[in-house]
Ligand binder design. Structure first.
Ligand code: NAG
Ligand code: NAG
Ligand code: NAG
Ligand code: NAG
Ligand code: NAG
Ligand code: NAG
Length: 218
């Protein structure tokens, strides 16, 4: 049985030689096609793998949304009017805050209206509003924020006289910058940056000293 099986193809091969060539050619073509198909599959898989790796690397580097950094560079008192040895109650005390927003991302950080609130002894004594804007990619945006402290609200806090007697007045400011980073229409991330500062006004020298804390939340 086994012998017969082995013999038959040889005979068949001898008799139909041209067809065998055809068959061989056909099977060769088939093998070639199969190899091409496999190569193609391999290439596609490799390409997909490379794409996946590149995407992953990009996701963790370039496309990762990083925290913008808000900083207070300088704070100056631009208006403080005294009358008869005390603060004039009808004129706001004005401070100019030089704020920088550093954007480390590859896309712009767009933010909306920004509000800074000033607190003294736990109560709100003033505020400042700054229109929204855009910190370009990998750039630092400088902003001038005007803050106004309402004297009437300030003197309403009972500890004020005692504190002024020590030669310094300490207030707190809280700035909230809310915006979003959009990278190539694919990644959108909302970012909220907070900047809390302790502002100390030296009554004698009229200088301002500030210390700030940053806080970011997504
Ligand atoms: C300062 O005091 C004088 C008299 O004591 C008074 O006439 C004047 O209105 C006071 N000025 C202010 C701004 O309160
Ligand atoms: C931002 O403030 C401007 C005027 O100060 C106002 O017209 C605008 O509606 C505000 N935008 C938002 C989103 O609150
Ligand atoms: C003083 O500042 C407050 C905001 O803190 C504002 O509403 C008010 O109009 C200002 N007053 C004057 C006289 O500028
Ligand atoms: C901020 O104010 C200072 C002094 O008034 C001015 O020199 C500077 O150009 C201002 N910066 C911006 C970004 O408006
Ligand atoms: C900043 O102020 C907010 C309230 O506006 C508070 O929740 C937060 O704890 C403060 N952060 C720091 C670091 O003081
Ligand atoms: C205010 O400034 C003066 C002069 O710079 C300094 O001698 C004094 O110690 C300061 N006062 C406070 C409370 O920091």
């Amino acid at each position: 049985m086994g012998k017969g099986d082995q013999v038959t193809p040889i005979i068949a091969g001898a008799v139909h030689r041209p067809r065998s060539d055809e068959d061989e050619a056909l099977s060769g073509q088939f093998k070639l096609r199969q190899r091409k198909y496999l190569t193609c599959c391999g290439c596609a898989a490799a390409l997909l793998l490379i794409l996946a790796v590149v995407s992953l690397v990009l996701a963790f580097t370039v496309f990762r949304v990083k925290n913008p950094i808000v900083g207070m560079n300088q704070l100056t008192v631009t208006r403080l009017e005294m009358a008869n040895g005390t603060l004039r109650k009808d004129v706001n005390v004005t401070l100019l805050a030089d704020v920088s927003i550093k954007n480390p991302n590859v896309a712009a950080f767009r933010f909306g209206n920004t509000t800074t609130t000033i607190y003294y002894g736990g109560s709100e004594v003033g505020e400042g509003r700054t229109p929204g804007g855009k910190a370009p990619a990998r750039r630092t945006l400088r902003l001038n924020m005007t803050l106004e402290v309402v004297p009437a609200k300030l003197v309403a806090v009972p500890t004020i006289l005692k504190e002024i007697g020590t030669g310094a007045l300490t207030v707190e400011s809280r700035t909230r910058v809310e915006g979003r980073v959009k990278i190539m229409n694919m990644i959108r991330k909302k970012v909220v940056v907070m900047l809390n500062c302790t502002i100390t006004y030296n009554v004698t020298s009229q200088g301002v000293h500030e210390a700030c804390w940053r806080h970011v939340s997504f």
